[in-house]
Ligand binder design. Structure first.
Ligand SMILES: Cc1ncc(C[n+]2csc(CCOP(=O)(O)OP(=O)(O)O)c2C)c(N)n1
Length: 293
């Protein structure tokens, strides 16, 4: 099991406090800088491993960074603190973005990122809660994160804890029926502490969601299941922070975050082949240059 990095935890705490104290524009700038670093880390991890899901990593990065730096009540030095908020990355194939974000909070040393997908590494291609502090449940088979999140939110309520549960889902993932069973039960239980964030990049593996099994009208679907719905630009850090701060006490909230697969790198943006393509040497150099601007 990996253990926390104290200097990095202190650094992250100071950063989190700056983000929370900042005005809206400065908050957005701070978070954008942190996101660019996470994307550069992801690129290096995928380059070393020769494998990964860069497109979905880059679409979800701004959501992850905003949640950890500006929203969630977590304590990376004490990852099992009972009253912590829970984040479940249901689209577990974006593990690299989660690992880079968790390392930036100090859950484990950033040097470990170099072991991504190496034999015997804790940093598997999909997150494993028994190996990585900060990972709340194992994910990878799509359609499991929301059902687990509903149970997590219910368990918190039974314990008398006000902890929040946030589940990040892919839009293609919503084609799994288990999500809609979980959505129905979350509304029945009036789980106001539960937020589902949909990474609405419009692409799944190999094709557009709307050409495969159309999801629209997506907001109406969540509403009809009894959820409060918010729509947001999933790359606008300030707007994301605003939306995550609001909640309704007796209804779960679905945040439809409009994103782009491969966001941050021009030639990857909204291109389905970057679901799990690995950049070549020339592409890596170009991507790094764009992420360093
Ligand atoms: C149950 C299940 N079926 C198939 C897969 C293979 N798979 C991995 S990622 C993916 C596409 C997911 O698309 P989406 O949820 O939109 O993710 P994103 O585009 O944000 O990466 C598929 C089909 C899986 N992991 N689990």
């Amino acid at each position: 099991m990996l253990t926390s990095s104290r200097p990095q935890v202190d650094h992250w705490r100071a950063f989190r406090d700056r983000v929370r104290d900042a005005g809206r524009d400065e908050r957005a700038n701070l978070l954008a800088t942190a996101s660019a670093q996470v994307r550069r880390d992801v690129l290096t991890m995928i380059e070393r491993a020769g494998l990964g899901h860069v497109g979905g990593d880059f679409s979800v990065t701004d959501i992850l960074v905003t949640l950890y730096a500006a929203v969630l009540s977590v304590e990376p030095a004490e990852p099992d603190w009972p009253d912590r908020d829970r984040l479940i990355l249901s689209k577990g194939h974006s593990a690299a973005a989660l690992y880079a974000t968790l390392a930036s909070c100090g859950y484990f040393p950033a040097t470990e990122l170099a072991t991504f997908m190496a034999p015997l590494s804790a940093l598997n291609g999909h997150p494993d809660r028994t190996k990585v502090p900060g990972v709340e449940t194992n994910t990878g088979p799509l359609g499991h994160g929301l059902p687990v999140g509903v149970g997590t939110a219910l368990a918190a309520r039974l314990r008398g804890s006000s902890a929040r549960t946030v589940v990040i889902l892919g839009d293609g993932e919503l084609q799994e029926g288990s999500n809609w069973e979980a959505a129905m039960y979350a509304a029945h239980q009036q789980l106001g502490s539960l937020t589902a964030v949909i990474d609405r990049n419009g692409l799944q593996q190999g094709a557009r969601t709307e050409d495969t099994n159309a999801l629209e009208p997506l907001a109406d679907k969540w509403r009809s299941f009894g959820w409060t719905v918010a729509e947001v630009d999933g790359h606008d850090h300030a707007a994301l922070a605003d939306v995550f701060s609001a909640s309704t006490p007796d209804r779960p909230t679905a945040v439809i975050a409009h994103t782009q697969k491969g966001h941050g790198v021009s030639f990857m943006t909204d291109r389905v082949e970057w679901h799990h393509r690995v950049p070549t040497g020339e592409e890596l150099a170009l991507a790094r240059a764009e992420l360093s601007r």
